[in-house]
Design a protein around this ligand. Sequence first.
Ligand SMILES: Cc1ncc(COP(=O)(O)O)c(C=O)c1O
Length: 495
Amino acid sequence: MNRYYRLHESQGSRGSRDRGNPPATGNRGTEFLAWLEQQQGRQYELHARYLNPAFPKMLQTIGFDKGFVRGEGCYLYDAKDNRYLDLLTGWGVFALGRNHPRVRSILEAVLSARLPNLVRMDCSLLAGLVAEKLTQHTAPDKSQRLTRVFFCNSGTESVEAAIKFARCFTGKQKIIYCDHAFHGLTTGSLSLNGGEFFRERFGELMPGTESVPFNDLAALERALAGKDAAAFFIEPVQGKTCEAAADGYLEGAQNLCRKAGALLVTDEVQCGLGRAGQWFAYQHWPEVEPDIVCVAKALSGGYVPVGAVITTPKIMDAVFNTLERCVVHSNTFGQNDLAMAAALATLTVLEEDGLIENAARLGAYAISELDKIGHECPFVAEVRGKGLMFGIDFRRPEASPKLKAAWDALHALNFGVFGQMVIVPLLREHRILTQVAGYHTEVIKFLPPLTVTKEDLDWFLSAMRQVLEDTLRVPGAAWDTVTTLAKGAMRAYVR
Ligand SMILES: Cc1ncc(COP(=O)(O)O)c(C=O)c1O
C-alpha cells in the first residue's frame, strides 16, 4: 500500500483535514508536500466550487475522476498505486514521459543557481542556446533558411505571433487555414479554427480569414488566386482528425504559396519535435521548407510552458526592422530561464535517446497493428496518423442491419458519443487513459510518450482488440453504458 493510500485510509472524512495555509516555516519544501498530501481528495470539490464546475462534473459522469497522485514516465498512478498507461500525455506535452529525471535535475540545478532571469534589458544565454539547438534541426545545412527563433509561452501564442509576422512581412491581410484545423483558442488562432463548436458564441473573430479543405490543392489555389493572402496555416498532421498531409500536398502548397506571395506556416505545436517520427513533421517531405514553424507542447519537457516560432532572417528582420521596434512583438515571460532550461534539456534528451527514431518505429508498429484489429470491427472507418500521433475513426456500419440500428439509435440521442464506448472501458477495465479527439468527430486520438515501449503498445493493442469486440455485442454492457451517457448528454472531448 503506498503512502497516498495510507493517508486516505487514515484520514477519514474530509472535514478532519487541516485546510489551513501551506506551512511557512521550517523545512518548507517537505512541510509543503506533507500539507499537500493532506489535501488529497479535495480536488473535485475545489474545482466545482472555485473553477469551472462543468469540468469535474463531466469527469465524474464518465468515471474519469481517478484522482491520479503520481506520474512517472509513460504511467500515471492512482491513490491505490494502480498503474495506468498514459496515451493522452497532457494533450501532447509529455513527449519524454512524466517527470523525466534529466529534465528535472537540470531544472533543479537552474533553480538552485539563482540565475538573474528575465532581466529584459539584457540577452538571456539560455534562450540563445535553445535557439541554436532548435535551428540545428530546422536548418541542418547552410542552404536552409529557418535560423531565427521567437519565444513565447504557449502554442496559441506562437500562432498569434506567426499571424502577425506573416501580415507584417507580406503587407497582406488574408490568412488561409484548413477545415478541421486547430491552432489554439485565443481570438486570432480561434479565427483559424476549422470547426464551428469552438467559435460559436464568442462574437466576431479576426477578419480576413478563409478556410479550404485539407489535402485539396485546387481549393488552395483558388483561395490564393487573388494574391491577397499573407499565409497558409497548416498542421502537417491534424490534431482533430489525425489526418496527415498526403504525399505531394505540402510541396504543392509551398509552390502555390510562393507563386502567390504568401507564406507557408506549419503549425507543429502538436505534431512537431519528434511526435510524427521526424524532428518536424514537414520533414517527411524533403522538398518542403516552410517560412514559419510553430512549436510548443513537448518543448516544455512537461514542466514549464513555452512556445516558439522558427522563421527566416528575412521575416524576422522585416518585423523587427528598426532599433525602436526591437520589441514590437514581445511578451513578459518568454525566454524565462526555467522554460529555456526545460527546452534545452528536452531537445538534448530527444537527440541523445533516439526518441525521434523510436516514434517512427513504434508509431509504424502501432498504426499497422491497430489497423489489423480495426479491420475486424465494422464500426472502424480508418486508422491513420504518423509516428506516435495516430487515431481511429468510426463510422456507421452499413453491412450489418443490427449494428447499424444500434449506431443510429445512439446517434439519435447524441452525435459523436460512440467514442465513449471505447475510451470509458479503456480506462475502467484496461487502465489506459485516452480521449476522443474533438467535438462532432468520431475520432479517438492516441498520443503516447515518445519513450513508449513495444510492451506498452502491446498492452494498448490487446485492450483495443477487446474493447472493439465488445462494441459488436448488441445489446451488451458497453452499449448500456454509452446509452446512459448519451442520455445524460455528456461527452468527454479534447479541446
Ligand atoms: C496544432 C496546435 N496548435 C496550437 C495549439 C494551441 O496550443 P496551446 O494550448 O498551448 O495554446 C494546439 C493545442 O492543442 C495544437 O494542437
